[in-house]
Design a binder for this molecule. Structure first.
Ligand SMILES: O=C[C@H](O)COP(=O)(O)O
Length: 250
């Protein structure tokens, strides 16, 4: 039985003051981590404050990106060591916005995933097709390639412990969510790719989230699907009430 994981991805939103107030308000109200993993993935400059505010509670803090080196002359980058030192639990890797606006490739995401594991961070590896790719009938090839290449060379144990977020690009921030059947079919497809690359045991254990216009009103339908183990939520994770409702729906 896979434990559900609901993660907010705040993207480049909120102020430090609002972010700390958010964590103070929800940290005592999130369900026990024995039943669901709850996290917010925040801008890097907030992380130290948020991990301190959430310490000892069931709310975990994640980063939205990291570099694939420990240290060095990489102006503007943030290393896995820095995240680990702050007690960050998760790191989102290869979000479609990073792929689109910052040219991130599967190989780079793969290198980051390996580095995240080296330092005890849990990667949330994002995959997902564009509308053009879906309509052109290429979406399975895209998902297969992104999943296999982003996870390449990881051990079976690492794959069992990571999270894959399937996010169709056309459903992100558009209000146009995938039907629960489409989301289920795609998440099952991701699981099948994991099975082909890493074996049945890894596929059975890996947690796969759906992301794309998830909100309190539709999360139940997604979570009822056998291959959807959680959600990566943008807009609806920015307010405490709505974030808590997402968790209550599990
Ligand atoms: O990482 C989260 C996704 O990009 C989904 O964002 P959204 O819930 O605002 O559509």
């Amino acid at each position: 039985m896979r434990k559900p994981i609901i993660a907010g991805n705040w993207k480049m939103n909120l102020t430090l003051k609002d972010a700390v107030a958010f964590v103070e308000e929800v940290k005592g109200a999130v369900p026990a981590s024995t039943t669901v993993d709850a996290a917010v993935c925040a801008p890097a400059v907030f992380l130290a404050h948020l991990t301190e505010a959430a310490a000892g509670t069931d709310l975990k803090i994640g980063a939205q990106n990291m570099y694939d080196k420990e240290s060095g002359a990489f102006t503007g980058e943030i290393s896995p060591l820095m995240l680990k030192e702050l007690d960050v639990t998760y790191v989102i890797l290869g979000h479609s916005e990073r792929r689109e606006y910052f040219g991130e490739t599967d190989a780079f995401i793969n290198s980051k995933a390996k580095k995240a594991f080296e330092h005890g961070l849990v990667p949330i590896v994002c995959v997902g097709e564009t509308l053009e790719e879906r309509e052109g009938g290429k979406f399975e090839d895209v998902i297969r390639e992104q999943t296999a290449n982003s996870l390449k060379g990881l051990t079976v144990d690492q794959v069992k412990n990571l999270v894959v977020a399937y996010e169709p690009v056309w459903a992100i921030g558009t209000g146009k969510s995938a039907t629960e059947q489409d989301a289920q079919d795609s998440c099952k497809f991701v699981r099948d790719v994991v099975a082909a690359e890493f074996g049945a045991e890894a596929a059975e254990a890996v947690r796969i989230q759906y992301g794309g216009s998830v909100k309190p009103e539709n999360i139940k339908e997604y979570m009822a699907q056998p291959d959807i183990d959680g959600a990566l939520v943008g807009g609806a994770s920015l307010e405490t009430g709505s974030f808590l409702k997402l968790l209550e729906a599990i």
